[in-house]
Structure formats: structure tokens, C-alpha cells
Design a protein around this ligand. Structure first.
Ligand code: FES
Ligand code: FES
Length: 259
């Protein structure tokens, strides 16, 4: 039997008659016409239906509408204000982190929930926060780049040099990637230090004579280290490389810093 619930969505109150078994996803899309929340698998596996309830990312396909009565719900429609896109939406567009766009609302909302609770996450933390959001198109690097680019704005708010913030978050030898590979070499911190020195980064920041930003991108490619015979992640290194060479190649670091 239907019952009337009050839902608070994107700072607006909605009264809606729902069956007790209706999911939040069904109510958002079919009853309220908020079509920004996508239905992918409908089973809790893809993350396309992610919304924020209170401060946490939630799968709306697995959440009953009656269970979120009175709670604050944010959907992708609630992010832009007065016609202006949210900075994360701009970053996703600028970094090419959108192709078909089906996963994008969920990925942006998972990213927003992360940045709200941890304003300067490492790439690894960004990857973990997005691990429940599947994307068939972009390959994830651009999505993580887009989220990481928010560090520049955060650095500005903190009155911090964006390069210092990147240095703090840089992947170091001994760190583990989100898919369990261990970085057994590489020196991204040094790349940041050297590239800022060569670009005259600190002098340019001090001079502040130009209205134009200066970009520095640091990256690296890691290959060959992957789970091997034991099947356990993070056991690559020389042995893994010999056992199964050149099977994993990906990049780390990157981004543009605006003085
Ligand atoms: S539609 Fe909810 S997780 Fe896929
Ligand atoms: S952009 Fe197509 S699924 Fe992510």
C-alpha cells in the first residue's frame, strides 16, 4: 500500500506517494522526473545511480525511498547553482573525463562526497573513492585527473602553493596503486621539484605579473609489475616483470598547476 513521504532533494521538499518497495532511483526518475541519476545495472554493481544522502555516496538502486525520508539528498541536478556548473563538472569537461556521460553523474557525486570529507586526497584515495563507479569509456585516468585538478582550487583556498600540495600527495616508491600494484621505483616528487625549478615556477608566482596561468605536468609510466603466479596483488617487481612482462602500463601524476 502506498504511503506519503517527504523527501528533501537538492534543498527542495517533495511530497510523493510511494510503495514501500520502491527504490530511491525509481522515485527520482519515474516519479519526480530527475533523470540525471542513471540506472545501469540496477543491482548495486556499477555506481551509475550514485547520489549523496546526508554526506555519503549512496547507491539509489539499492536504497528504499521510505528509508531516506527527511534526509538531505543531493542528485546531479543539485550541483549547478544559478546556471553555473559546479567546479567538478567543469573539471570533468575540461579533462575529457566524459565520453558517453552515462557514468558521469555518479562519478561526480562520489568525487564530491570525497572532497567534502577530505579536501586534499591523494590519487590513491581518489581512486578508492571512485572504485565503485564503473566507466566503460574513459579508462579512469582522466576522471582521476579531473578530480585531482580540484587540488589547485583547494590550494588557492588554503593559500598554499599548488605545487607544494601536489608534492604532498605525490605517489612515492613503496606506495600501492588502487589495483594493488606496488610502485617499486619512480620519483614523482623529484619530477615535481625539478620541473618547477626548470619552469621558474616560484619566481613566476612571486612576480605575479601575468594574468595567465602556467601549467606543469609531471607523469610517469609503470609497466611490467603486476600480480603474477601467486595471484596476489602487489607482488610484481623484478620477478613479476620477468614472469609476465609488459602487461600493466598506466600513468601516474599529472595535472596543471596555476600560479
Ligand atoms: S544502477 Fe545502481 S549500482 Fe548500477
Ligand atoms: S563516460 Fe561512458 S561510461 Fe563513463
Amino acid at each position: 500500500m502506498k504511503r506519503r513521504v517527504e523527501l528533501r532533494i537538492n534543498d527542495e521538499n517533495y511530497e510523493v506517494e510511494v510503495e514501500p518497495h520502491w527504490t530511491l532511483l525509481e522515485v527520482l526518475r519515474d516519479r519526480l522526473g530527475l533523470m540525471g541519476t542513471k540506472e545501469g545495472c540496477g543491482l548495486g554493481a556499477c555506481g551509475a545511480c550514485t547520489v549523496i544522502v546526508e554526506d555519503a555516496p549512496v547507491l539509489s538502486c539499492l536504497t528504499l525511498a521510505v528509508d531516506v525520508e527527511g534526509k538531505s539528498i543531493t542528485t546531479i541536478e543539485g550541483l549547478s547553482k544559478g546556471g553555473a556548473l559546479h567546479p567538478l563538472q567543469i573539471a570533468f569537461a575540461n579533462h575529457g573525463a566524459i565520453q558517453c556521460g552515462f557514468c558521469t553523474p555518479g562519478a561526480i557525486l562520489s568525487s564530491k562526497a570525497l572532497l567534502d570529507r577530505n579536501p586534499h586526497p591523494s590519487r590513491k584515495e581518489i581512486g578508492s573513492a571512485l572504485s565503485g563507479n564503473l566507466c566503460r569509456c574513459t579508462g579512469y585516468k582522466k576522471i582521476i585527473d579531473a578530480v585531482e585538478s580540484q587540488l589547485d582550487m583547494i590550494a588557492e583556498d588554503l593559500k598554499m602553493d599548488p605545487a607544494e600540495l601536489r608534492l604532498k600527495n605525490a605517489t612515492r616508491a613503496g606506495d600501492t596503486s588502487i589495483n594493488g600494484l606496488v610502485f617499486d621505483s619512480g620519483d614523482l616528487p623529484r619530477a615535481i621539484i625539478e620541473s618547477t625549478r626548470h619552469a621558474g615556477w616560484h619566481e613566476k608566482r612571486e612576480r605575479k605579473t601575468s594574468c595567465r596561468g602556467v601549467g606543469i605536468a609531471c607523469g610517469g609510466f609503470v609497466s611490467g609489475a603486476r600480480p603474477h603466479r601467486s595471484g596476489r596483488p602487489g607482488e610484481g617487481g623484478e620477478q613479476g616483470r620477468r614472469a609476465n612482462p609488459a602487461v600493466a602500463t598506466f600513468s601516474q601524476g599529472g595535472g596543471f598547476l596555476n600560479p
